[in-house]
Design a protein around this ligand. Structure first.
Ligand code: ZN
Length: 408
């Protein structure tokens, strides 16, 4: 089937200014980008009404099993197994509704749930974005403060190899290793290192052999070193990186991705929890991290490190569905131009996914959004689902602009 989208300004994901044109899609792929007045045979024509056509967004650090969303807030963090599945399935659909066509998981609160969800999405059994599934967030036995369940615990290189083999067998694509402690959960722990060199090295080798990627929770310079030595694909947070750590990350800029995750910090500072919930440690940590990232992120950007939005949505105070706030934070906190933040959420996200997504480019998969307005002028538009007029995933309309005008 050939679909033509015309009367649009095209933001192609590279960061260049939007330009007028038509996009031709055949089945699941973009096959051509044409001048505005081109005459083309197509089975269906979508009139973009002067909106911006852009690649679907990619979240680089997603926890679908963190239950809370703009549709449903859960006061408790850990859900019973059946509800956990309901929440993860709902959150996948909800993120697609909000313009996210790909997700890179940063770990789950339940075993096997994400590989199962990724299969169900692929089979068309439930709506959702492309998903790189992960497993339980692994921190080693005896590491307090980061609650991950305990079925994989155990110390030493053999335990790491067993963990990797277990994950590969269940269909996980990216392991999540919690290398640093977490101040927000256990005050003063962000400088702790939870793994030994030998353990990280074993994990890195085993993951490489099994064809799996590694995502890491890392704050301090030694944690960043461990992540880099293990061949991690993506590093989260890194808030306490020093100049040597910046050098080390820059030296591997073509192999790694970095997602600071400002959203959860901003939301923690904004939150006014009920009296029985003490967020003071979380707020203090958030404020310190944001302050450091304001100078760190521009430094890493200047060195060419690929920096991506997304991260840690799913708390009651930072629910799924607000993820596109991260793009605004990139602009207001880190000094990105709106087009750079959009490019980070699309083109760079596609590179992270390792798939032909994230660009409006012939040969790429047709994961596309039609936006009412120009997000390169006002990045906040991306937070308003009403302004997302069309959502196309794999050449299929998840949200149709035609149906909308009929309903209106
Ligand atoms: Zn996380």
């Amino acid at each position: 089937m050939r679909q033509l989208i015309r009367n649009v300004e095209i933001f192609d994901g590279t960061g260049s200014a939007p330009f007028p044109g038509c996009v031709l899609i055949e089945d699941d792929r973009i096959v051509d980008i044409l001048p505005p007045q081109a005459e083309v045979d197509a089975d269906t024509v979508i009139d973009g009404q002067g909106g911006t056509l852009m690649p679907g967004m990619i979240d680089a650090h997603t926890h679908l099993t963190w239950g809370s969303s703009v549709e449903k807030i859960y006061p408790q963090f850990i859900l019973p197994p059946e509800e956990l599945k309901v929440a993860a399935w709902r959150n996948a659909r909800l993120l697609l509704d909000h313009g996210y066509t790909s997700l890179y998981s940063a770990g789950a609160l339940g075993d096997r749930i994400e590989p199962e969800l990724a299969r169900a999405i692929k089979a068309g059994e439930t709506p959702g974005p492309r998903l790189i599934p992960s497993t339980l967030e692994r921190s080693p036995e005896g590491a307090e403060g980061v609650e991950t369940g305990d079925i994989f615990n155990g110390r030493g290189p053999e335990a790491m190899r067993a963990f990797v083999a277990y994950c590969a067998a269940e269909g996980v694509k990216s392991l999540k290793l919690v290398i640093s402690g977490e101040d927000a959960l256990k005050p003063g722990s962000s400088g702790d290192i939870l793994y030994t060199d030998a353990e990280m090295q074993a994990a890195g080798e085993a993951a490489k052999d099994a064809g799996l990627w590694i995502a890491t929770h890392a704050y301090s310079p030694p944690a960043i070193d461990l992540a880099l030595e293990a061949g991690a694909r993506i590093l989260y947070h890194c808030s306490f990186a020093d100049d040597a750590a910046v050098d080390a990350m820059a030296a591997k800029k073509d192999e790694i991705f970095y997602a600071p995750g400002p959203g959860v910090s901003v939301a923690a500072l904004e939150a006014s929890p009920p009296p029985h919930i003490d967020m003071s440690a979380m707020k203090a940590s958030a404020s310190e991290r944001l302050e450091r990232e304001k100078t760190l992120v521009p430094k890493l950007k200047a060195r060419g490190v690929r920096i991506l939005p997304g991260g840690d949505y799913g708390f009651p105070f930072n629910p799924h569905g607000r993820n596109a706030r991260d793009l605004e934070h990139f602009v207001s906190l880190y000094g990105f131009a709106p087009a750079e933040a959009l490019s980070a959420a699309t083109k760079l996200g596609g590179e992270l996914m390792g798939q032909e997504v994230g660009q409006v480019k012939p040969g790429f998969l047709a994961d596309l959004l039609l936006i009412d307005g120009d997000p390169t002028q006002d990045i906040r538009i991306m937070q308003d689902v009403q302004r997302i007029k069309m959502i196309m995933l794999n050449g299929r309309l998840h949200k149709s602009p035609v149906q909308q005008s009929v309903a209106a």
